[in-house]
Design a protein around this ligand. Structure first.
Ligand SMILES: *Cc1c(COP(=O)(O)O)cnc(C)c1O
Length: 380
């Protein structure tokens, strides 16, 4: 089977893990601290706070901003459910905004309409904007930052897929209060499970470090429990893997870009639309998501099944969150509320994408996809 994603783990990671295991220090040691400073330096931010997952990073960042009951937070309709779930878990309300078909990212015009439409009513005011950099392509952050500044709304980037991405050289973390990374095995680098919040704000970083560690103050000598916190720490094992992975990040990104380029060439004459890269953007290609030709309602389970039968693991792009049973039931969403997200759920297909994908495997993937779609057309 040609796998959808595959972590690239070598002898460096294995040796690093062994060193941690033999050291007798599995938590709160130097490996996590080194991982944090490496990522902070790479992104050009002052602080990086490592946590146990990308979801933990999102949760902690919103907690740190004080998002709670009565708050309304803009999130894209088309995203991994964690983006909206953390808002919901804090008792706040996710305000879904539809995305743009070309970039899979928040439509800034609709963000503006939502922010302007609710700015006069204090009970409906937007408390935070959470753009998602879908599949490693940055959202239109210049436009979003302009809106956020105009209305004094904090921005938290869901950069789970976007380590390595940038706009005019400006990476996640340079656009708002904070950016949240994930190190799940399908992301650009992995620590098994893991995540990070990056920020330039000193007080905010201190607060997050406290919240991540049971609410215990890291600053005063007594280490008082100043607040009710969580245990969202990353283990030393994860930290050590992260340091080793960061050394390979540039190679990983180059390999992913090469896979994307081959797919682009192979599929140019097909009926599928390959992802576009907006001007000035660097795409991290966490995933390579194509759009199938117009088709009936429902996710492309037929194509996914046929491809898997031929040894190629593919899956949907991501999720139309308002149509998930929980959100349908809670807010009464249905098909038609977010037409672009509806269309993407039915047509987006993630192809195998990882740094180890060989040239002949890329050809097989593209070949099987074209065959599958051709057969589909015949059967109609
Ligand atoms: C992967 C992902 C998350 C969640 O990260 P985990 O580390 O799996 O918790 C959140 N948002 C987006 C957009 C993601 O792709």
């Amino acid at each position: 089977m040609i796998q959808l994603g595959r972590p690239s783990i070598g002898p460096e990671e294995i040796a690093a893990v062994q060193r941690v295991l033999l050291s007798g220090r599995l938590v709160q040691g130097s490996n996590v601290a080194r991982f944090e400073s490496t990522v902070a330096e790479y992104l050009g931010v002052k602080h990086a706070v490592a946590v146990s997952s990308g979801t933990a990073a999102l949760h902690l960042a919103l907690m740190g901003l004080g998002v709670s009951e009565g708050d309304r937070v803009i999130v894209p309709a088309y995203t991994f459910p964690a983006t909206a779930n953390v808002v919901e878990i804090l008792g706040a309300t996710p305000v879904f905004v539809d995305v743009e078909p070309a970039s899979f990212n928040l439509d800034p015009e609709q963000v503006r309409a939502e922010v302007e439409g609710s700015s006069d009513d204090p009970s409906r005011r937007i408390s935070c904007i959470m753009p998602v950099h879908a599949f490693g392509h940055m959202s239109e952050m210049k436009e979003i930052r302009r809106i956020a500044r105009e209305f004094a709304i904090p921005v938290v980037e869901d950069a789970a897929c976007a380590l390595g991405a940038s706009i005019d050289g400006c990476p996640p973390g340079s656009w708002g209060e904070a950016a949240c990374l994930s190190f799940h095995p399908r992301k650009v680098i992995t620590t098994g499970e893991g995540g990070m919040v990056v920020t330039d704000r000193d007080d905010f970083a201190d607060h997050l470090r406290m919240l991540r560690n049971h609410g215990q103050s890291a600053r005063d000598a007594m280490g008082d429990f100043a607040e009710a916190g969580l245990n969202y720490r990353l283990s030393e094992v994860g930290g050590a893997i992260g340091v080793a992975q960061m050394k390979k990040l540039d190679r990983f990104l180059a390999a992913r870009a090469a896979v994307a380029a081959t797919y682009g060439e192979l599929l140019i004459a097909s009926s599928v639309r390959v992802p576009s890269v907006l001007e000035g953007h660097r795409h991290a290609f966490q995933a390579f998501v194509v759009l199938l030709p117009k088709r009936g309602p429902g996710p492309p389970t037929d194509v996914i099944g046929a491809m898997r039968k031929q040894g190629v693991e593919v899956t949907v792009g991501t999720w139309n969150v308002p149509l998930a049973p929980y959100y349908r039931k809670r807010y009464g969403f249905s098909e038609g509320n977010f037409p672009v997200a509806d269309d993407l759920l039915n047509r987006a297909l993630a192809l195998p994408m990882h740094p180890l994908l060989e040239e002949d495997e890329r050809r097989q993937v593209a070949g099987r996809l074209m065959e599958t779609l051709h057969e589909g057309a015949h059967a109609q």
